[in-house]
Design a protein around this ligand. Structure first.
Ligand code: HEM
Length: 120
């Protein structure tokens, strides 16, 4: 919906404005990268993909953290300043991401242990 409103309302489907906009406001590129990263997650957010991809499903879905950080930067740069609105949303996002740190650290430890790196 966000992309559609940008294309329809901001650009009025004029692609030449798009290229000008992207060069003037490079934060748009970050939004596009975040959107591209979210795409495979949306497509594989179902039980069939979970069963098919097995352990790789979780690995793939860790991309959500990259997308969240990129979207956060995109959001911040769209405002250009740290005001009460940006500070509020970035703090909430930071706190939500912080709750995932212990799980990510233990997942990283498991990968490290199973790779045999410690056994030598
Ligand atoms: C093709 C992808 C995207 C494009 C072209 C795009 C474009 C834009 C533009 C032009 C703005 C500034 C609006 C203004 O000047 O007022 C903006 C703001 C924003 N974008 Fe994106 N964006 C994209 C993807 C995303 C994604 C994936 C997210 C989050 C997951 C996101 C979240 C936001 C937020 C929160 C804002 C600030 C609030 C707002 O003005 O609506 N964007 N985006």
């Amino acid at each position: 919906m966000h992309l559609a409103s940008y294309l329809a309302l901001d650009l009025q489907f004029d692609i030449s404005i798009f290229w000008r906009d992207v060069t003037r406001r490079p934060f748009i590129i970050l939004g596009m990268v975040a959107l591209v990263l979210l795409f495979p997650l949306a497509v594989t957010s179902n039980r069939i993909s979970m069963r098919g991809l097995k352990r790789n499903w979780k690995r793939l879905h860790r991309l959500v953290y990259v997308a969240a950080v990129l979207a956060g930067i995109h959001f911040f740069l769209s405002f250009k300043t740290l005001n009460s609105t940006t500070a509020f949303y970035l703090t909430v996002m930071g706190l939500v991401l912080l709750t995932r740190v212990p799980a990510l650290v233990s997942a990283g430890r498991r990968v490290f242990t199973h790779s045999g790196a410690r056994r030598s």
